[in-house]
Ligand binder design. Structure first.
Ligand SMILES: [Zn+2]
Ligand SMILES: [Zn+2]
Length: 299
């Protein structure tokens, strides 16, 4: 809710004309309570959990070319029904845990100083805060996730649920035990708590973090993906290996970037596997070349 009765009042208070974005924000938010605005996150998360994985579901069931060759674990194929079962479980947890958590967490947002008023932050301010949020989330999530694997009770009773999908799919990104959803809410909250910004930045952060998680769990590693341009971005290939190894995994704990696993030496198995696969591909290419362009199986 904005403390101005009209656009001209807001302009007088700011001492300048409002930008287009600020005018739109004024028109949308002026008469809505801050609590109601904060709860928009529930709708955003519902839409992201429901819609963002759909292209990968389509690729998976149709085995669409040119996407299909980039399936990371091609031997594991889930049916539409199996993927819908995953979505159903995610939605149960959404309505029982994720949504209610949003409804009751508003005081914490007020306490850390997320603002809803004018002026709006600049694009650069939003971008800088999002980078900081991702870095804080990645580092904190790395240690909490690693702890859940080192701690047998924690793995067996909490984190094992997320590992039911040894070959991840987009819908499985938020598929987890309710305690893990609460626990891993901490890294997501920590960035905004340390560097509080505008509610629009907070919306963007929650949305982008979930879209990133779905991207990381999609099960395909497309060489043309725009995320390949992000320095140290882990992506699907990095996290898929973590699921592939499963409960015994001591590799690839980070949620967003690769540098934590590199610094703390928890990507050795992954890098070794990549080296072996690269060598196998090179050997196969050499055999094909020696056979004049075709692969003949030896007797
Ligand atoms: Zn794990
Ligand atoms: Zn995962």
């Amino acid at each position: 809710m904005l403390p101005y009765g009209s656009l001209s009042e807001a302009e007088t208070a700011l001492g300048r004309n409002l930008t287009l974005a600020e005018t739109l924000w004024f028109n949308y938010s002026a008469t809505k309570s801050d609590y109601f605005l904060y709860c928009h996150n529930i709708l955003f998360l519902f839409l992201i959990f429901s819609l963002a994985p759909l292209p990968y579901v389509f690729i998976e069931i149709k085995r669409l070319y040119p996407f299909d060759p980039y399936k990371i674990q091609p031997k594991v194929r889930l049916s539409l029904q199996e993927m819908l079962n995953c979505y159903k479980d995610v939605m149960i947890m959404f309505f029982l845990v994720v949504g209610p958590l949003q409804l009751v967490s508003y005081p914490s947002i007020q306490m850390i100083g997320i603002r809803t008023g004018l002026p709006l932050p600049s694009v650069w301010e939003v971008a800088a805060q999002l980078v900081v949020y991702f870095l804080i989330e990645d580092y904190t999530n790395y240690w909490l996730h690693r702890f859940l694997h080192m701690n047998r009770w924690g793995y067996e009773n909490i984190h094992k649920v997320h590992h039911e999908y040894e070959a991840p799919i987009g819908f499985a990104a938020p598929y987890a035990h309710w305690a893990e959803i609460l626990l891993l809410g901490i890294p997501s909250f920590l960035g905004p708590a340390i560097v509080p910004g505008h509610l629009i930045t907070f919306w963007l952060w929650i949305a982008l973090r979930q879209i990133e998680a779905i991207d990381t769990h999609k099960g395909y590693d497309f060489p043309w993906a725009i995320t390949k341009l992000i320095p140290f971005y882990g992506g699907a290939d990095h996290h898929d290996y973590h699921h592939y190894v499963g409960g015994q995994s001591q590799s690839n704990f980070a949620s967003v970037f690769t540098y934590c696993d590199y610094i703390y030496g928890t990507d050795k198995g992954y890098r070794y596997q990549k080296k072996i696969l690269k060598k196998l591909k090179e050997d196969l290419a050499n055999v094909v070349e020696q056979n004049g362009g075709s692969y003949k199986k030896s007797d």
